[in-house]
Design a protein around this ligand. Structure first.
Ligand code: HEM
Length: 406
């Protein structure tokens, strides 16, 4: 059996509504947002736990633990929402690989959802009881949550990695010729890749603390000494976090198949250089440097990582004759138009308004009164939302009418 022919035959016969490159680019971009919040969630959860256990070591640890517990709570919800983007795009252009991988580890794919729910509930329990004078044993909730989040990352990793190894699918599905439909195993784990991607949570929370210190510097109720503590801690964590990510990335590089030519690919080495440069920058960080700059550079680095994942995927699948650019296209202007209008109008305009509102309101201590441009943007966002709902309904009704459903 030629697995390449099988993979191409498993493509959606309806084809794609626009060129494959559109979905590929969107997949790479949206995964950056997903993984940024994975790093923020895991990093802030880990540091919140450490800070919780260090409450007696100084005046600011407890405060930091409360703050980061809230950050992790919000970040988990955002990583879930932002995971949907790359999930949709991967399903569109890599549907044969993604679905096969999920079916081969079906029990794990389902367990992923339940463990995520239980993990998130555990974190909420910790959030509820993490107050001044809280008992040490409540840390158990937090540790359980973190362990489950790491398990979820492992499941995500295995599903992503199994996609790349179609030559082994048959053997996993029917070991020694006996069909095993249980989906009870995670068949392939590349530990270096998993450790590297998950390990970026450490510099991630370090960089976040720099942003945190910068953001609250304008608020009179946050003492300068506390913010300087957060800044110093963030700088140290980021410096060590970036430096320690280098060996795991090199281990991943060394594990790439030799014949693929990936070991010499410039993007992989650019990533290594980027990490080294970030570690060096954090080591020499000038206290006057704007706290948002390292975050911007880190996002650029995640963009490179996302691109690197895609280059790796392409190189793994090419020998089997799978190429996303040969995916059949049945151009569908209305749905493509609606999609981009939704992305820019709702995601960009309405989402941008919410972000700006949150950003501005968090900068003042008490009640926030929106400035004129923010208020106008709010009115515009509401109008855009109304228009979008109207177009969406009108389009649905028109199609249903045309097809005789109403
Ligand atoms: C605590 C929860 C989660 C963690 C720790 C996590 C972590 C990860 C990691 C580490 C990867 C990269 C794997 C690799 O390239 O080896 C990944 C990829 C991905 N994650 Fe998540 N994730 C979580 C939840 C979610 C959720 C809820 C969704 C969907 C709603 C999601 C969607 C995705 C997608 C689509 C990919 C890329 C798959 C591909 O490349 O084909 N993740 N995630």
């Amino acid at each position: 059996m030629d697995i390449g022919i099988v993979m191409n035959a498993m493509r959606d016969p309806a084809g794609l509504p626009a060129q494959p490159i559109v979905f590929q680019v969107l997949m790479v971009i949206t995964w950056v947002l997903h993984i940024a919040f994975v790093h923020l969630a895991l990093g802030s959860a880990g540091l919140a736990i450490i800070a919780f256990h260090r409450r007696g070591a100084g005046p600011y640890w407890e405060r930091l633990s409360f703050g980061l517990t809230k950050v992790a709570k919000v970040a988990v919800s955002l990583l879930i929402v932002l995971g949907v983007g790359p999930l949709l795009f991967t399903q569109v252009i890599y549907d044969p690989q993604w679905y096969t991988s999920n079916v081969l580890s079906g029990r794990w794919a389902i367990a992923f959802i339940f463990t995520l729910i239980v993990g998130y509930c555990c974190w909420f329990a910790f959030y509820q009881v993490n107050h001044a004078g809280a008992k040490k044993r409540i840390g158990l909730y937090a540790w359980s949550a973190l362990a489950l989040f790491f398990l979820d990352g492992l499941i995500m990793h295995a599903l992503s990695y199994q996609e790349l190894l179609p030559q082994q699918w048959t053997q996993w599905y029917a070991p020694a010729g006996d069909v095993d439909t249980r989906g009870a195993s995670l068949h392939a784990i590349e530990w270096a890749r998993y450790m590297f991607i998950m390990g970026l949570s450490v510099p991630g929370v370090g960089v976040f603390l720099l942003v945190y210190a910068q953001y609250f510097a304008g608020r009179t109720d946050r003492e300068a000494a506390y913010l300087s503590f957060a800044h110093g801690l963030g700088q140290r964590i980021a410096q060590w976090g970036f430096a320690l990510s280098v060996p795991t990335l090199l281990a991943w590089q060394a594990d790439l198949p030799h014949a693929s030519g990936l070991a010499l690919h410039p993007v992989g080495w650019l990533l290594v250089a980027g990490l080294v440069a970030m570690a060096w920058w954090m080591h020499r960080l000038n206290p006057a440097t704007h706290g948002y700059l390292p975050a911007a550079a880190s996002i650029a680095l995640l963009g490179l990582l996302s691109l690197w994942r895609e280059i790796i995927r392409t190189a793994y699948l090419r020998p089997f004759g799978y190429d996303v650019y040969t995916y059949p296209v049945h151009f569908d202007w209305p749905s493509t138009f609606l999609f981009f209008i939704t992305l820019t109008g709702i995601g960009g305009f309405v989402g941008g308004f919410y972000l700006l509102l949150l950003y501005r309101s968090g900068r003042v201590q008490n009640c926030y009164t929106a400035e004129r441009p923010v208020a106008r943007l709010g009115t515009g966002a509401l109008a855009a939302l109304g228009l979008w709902i109207a177009v969406f309904l009108a389009y649905g009704i028109a199609i249903s009418y045309r097809d005789g459903f109403i």
